[in-house]
Write a protein that binds this ligand. Structure first.
Ligand code: CO
Length: 309
C-alpha cells in the first residue's frame, strides 16, 4: 500500500455518509420527477403563435394588432406571440426601423426555451399557398426535434374548406354588402399566386356569386385578374364601386396597387371607366366577418393540443 492510503481513516463513516447523501438525493429527486407527470420535468404551459405574412406599412399593423387582441380576449391567460413569415419584409423592417420581428423558427425556438410545452401556431394567411406550406414545413421540423414541445399544432388559413367559403361569403354579404346601394358593387382585391392553391380565389368568387350578384374578387398576381373583374362589373350594371383588400392587412398592395393615385391602380383604372370609386383601407384581419373564421381554426388547433402528450 502507498503511504497515502495506509492512513485512510474509518472507511465505514464515509460509506454511511455517501448512502445518506444518496438517499436524500432520491427523496428530493423522485417526487420532483413524479410531480412533473409522465416523467416530464416541465409543467404544462400553453401558448399561441400567430403567423402573419408581414407588412412594411406601419398603419397596416392596426388590423394585425386588433386581431391579436381578439385572440387574447378569446383565450385569457394564454401567452399570444407573433411571427412574420416573409423574410424580405422582416429584413426591410430591420434595415429601416431596426425592429427585429422573428420568423416562425426563431419564435418557436424561443417559446421552447421559455418553457412552453403546448403551442398552437395559427396561420393568418388567406389561402394555403407558398407561405403556408413553408410554415407547415417549419412546424413539422419542430415536431420532429426532441425536447421542443409535447404538442405542436397548426391552424389553417382563412380559406381552407367548403365551410370557410360559405362562412366568408355569408359574413361579407351580411356585413359589407348588405349596406350598399343597389347600384354599388363590392370589389375585393386578393393577392393571387402561382401556387395551385391560387384556384381557391375563383372558388371563392363562385361562392360570392351564389350569395350576391355584385361582389367581385380579383387578384394582383393571379386569377381572377383586374380584367376579369372589370368585365363582370360592366355586366352587373353597377355604377359605383367599393374597393377593399382581400388580404389580412391593408399594406403596400392595398395602398398602392388598389387605392393609389397612380394611373394604373385599380381605383384610378375603374374611375377612368366611369365608376364612382370608394376605397376602404381595412384588411380582412380587421373584419369581424372574417376573423371569426380564423378564430374557429385556432380553436381547432388548440383542441388538437389537448390530444398531444
Ligand atoms: Co405581394
Amino acid at each position: 500500500m502507498f503511504p497515502l492510503f495506509s492512513a485512510a481513516p474509518r472507511p465505514h463513516r464515509h460509506r454511511a455518509a455517501r448512502i445518506a447523501a444518496a438517499t436524500l438525493c432520491l427523496l428530493l429527486l423522485v417526487p420532483a420527477l413524479c410531480l412533473g407527470g409522465h416523467g416530464h420535468a416541465k409543467p404544462d404551459k400553453t401558448g399561441i403563435l400567430i403567423a402573419f405574412f408581414g407588412t412594411s406599412v406601419p398603419e397596416a399593423r392596426h388590423d394585425l394588432d386588433g386581431f391579436i387582441e381578439q385572440v387574447k380576449k378569446a383565450h385569457p391567460g394564454v401567452d399570444v406571440r407573433q411571427a412574420w413569415t416573409s423574410v424580405i419584409i422582416r429584413d426591410k423592417l430591420r434595415a429601416t426601423t431596426g425592429e427585429d420581428i422573428p420568423g416562425v423558427a426563431r419564435a418557436l425556438a424561443r417559446m421552447a426555451e421559455d418553457g412552453f410545452t403546448h403551442v398552437a401556431v395559427q396561420s393568418l394567411h388567406t389561402i394555403p399557398g407558398h407561405e403556408f406550406h413553408d410554415l407547415r414545413m417549419v412546424v413539422n421540423a419542430f415536431r420532429q426535434m426532441p425536447g421542443q414541445f409535447r404538442a405542436l399544432s397548426l391552424g389553417q388559413p382563412l380559406l381552407s374548406s367548403e365551410q370557410d367559403f360559405r362562412d366568408a361569403a355569408a359574413g361579407l354579404l351580411s356585413q359589407d354588402y348588405a349596406a350598399l346601394d343597389r347600384d354599388t358593387a363590392l370589389v375585393l382585391m386578393g393577392h393571387g399566386t402561382d401556387h395551385p392553391a391560387g384556384a381557391l380565389y375563383p372558388a371563392m368568387q363562385y361562392h360570392l356569386t351564389q350569395a350576391a350578384p355584385r361582389v367581385f374578387l380579383g387578384t394582383v398576381e393571379g386569377t381572377p385578374s383586374y380584367d376579369d373583374v372589370l368585365a363582370a362589373l360592366k355586366a352587373s350594371g353597377a355604377k359605383k364601386v367599393r374597393l377593399a383588400p382581400f388580404m389580412s392587412v391593408a399594406g403596400d398592395h392595398a395602398r398602392n396597387d388598389m387605392a393609389g393615385p397612380e394611373d394604373d391602380s385599380w381605383a384610378s383604372m375603374l374611375a377612368a371607366q366611369g365608376f364612382e370609386v370608394e376605397s376602404v383601407l381595412q384588411g380582412t384581419a380587421g373584419n369581424p366577418a372574417l376573423t371569426a373564421i380564423w378564430l374557429k381554426h385556432l380553436d381547432r388547433a388548440l383542441d388538437q393540443l389537448a390530444g398531444g402528450h
